[in-house]
Design a protein around this ligand. Structure first.
Ligand code: ADP
Ligand code: MG
Length: 247
């Protein structure tokens, strides 16, 4: 895939494959095209050139909610939840919105049963992210870590086959990072994960594959330990971004 913004090429002929059941990491300096890549995978941005396949299916032309219907969910680099609503309202609104759209005619025949399933999925997700006691709290009153957990909970309530996480550990305390990493390990049991993350050491025990982007180009890909010891990766990543990256 390639993505151009005017004269700038943010993603330059990247060809990537994520294996079902595995967890993959993506690293690269700020501005290297990581979030743009996610935005194309989820349908938030159309590629300038290229195509996206999900399983056997060409999904390049599908809008985001239809990709969610196929089993793709994401979290955003900056936590994306509604501050004015309660935790529970955030969950039910998001889950219901996607579930309804994904199966409108099923909704017509199985409406009440479907709604019951949505509520059960929301409750299950709330417990998995440990926010069951805060269901009635206004989201604006949550810590940043809890908001991140809520966002992951919303993604989980959609029961994704593929979950894309854009810097899930950014801005969290060490304790909160531990909680999210534990949750990622648990999610990995039944979900394919792709994780953009600067704090690479925190996810080394989780990922089977690691890809490195630099200036929109995929410069290295493979088994995480060997990718990190690649001279070009060390040069561009650790060299360029000592303040942001860590080892
Ligand atoms: N919607 C957009 N319009 C114009 N330029 C953009 C847009 N989104 C990203 N870019 C540019 O594309 C490049 C890659 O950005 P991004 O994918 O956010 O990088 P990363 O997530 O690796 O930090 C940056 O130079 C950024 O300014
Ligand atoms: Mg980004």
């Amino acid at each position: 895939m390639t993505k151009r913004f005017g004269s700038q090429t943010a993603v330059d002929q990247i060809n990537l494959r994520f294996v079902a059941g595995q967890a993959s990491g993506i690293i690269g300096p700020n501005g290297s095209g990581k979030s743009t890549l996610f935005n194309m995978l989820t349908g938030h941005l159309p590629p300038s050139v290229g195509k996206i396949e999900f399983g056997e299916l060409d999904i390049t032309a599908l809008p985001p909610h239809e990709r969610v219907g196929l089993g793709m969910a994401r979290t955003f680099q900056l936590v994306s939840v509604f501050d004015s609503m309660t935790v529970w309202e955030n969950l039910v609104l998001s889950t219901g919105r996607f579930a309804d759209r994904g199966s409108r005619h099923r909704q017509f025949f199985f409406g009440p049963a479907r709604s019951k399933t949505i509520l059960e999925d929301c409750l299950g997700a709330l417990e998995r992210v440990g926010l069951q006691d805060k269901a009635g709290a206004r989201t604006s009153e949550l810590s940043y870590g809890d908001k991140r957990m809520l966002e992951i909970g919303i993604a989980l309530s959609l029961k994704p086959k593929l979950l894309l996480l854009d810097e899930p550990l950014a801005g969290l305390s060490d304790h909160e990072i531990g909680d999210v990493v534990d949750l990622l390990h648990e999610m990995k049991q039944n979900c394919t994960l792709v994780i953009i993350e600067h704090k690479i050491s925190k996810i080394m025990g989780l990922i089977e594959r690691l890809s490195v982007l630099n200036d929109g180009v995929l410069i290295c890909e493979g088994e995480p330990e060997s990718v990190l010891s690649d001279p070009e990766v060390r040069e561009c990543y650790w060299g360029k971004q000592v303040s942001n990256a860590e080892g």
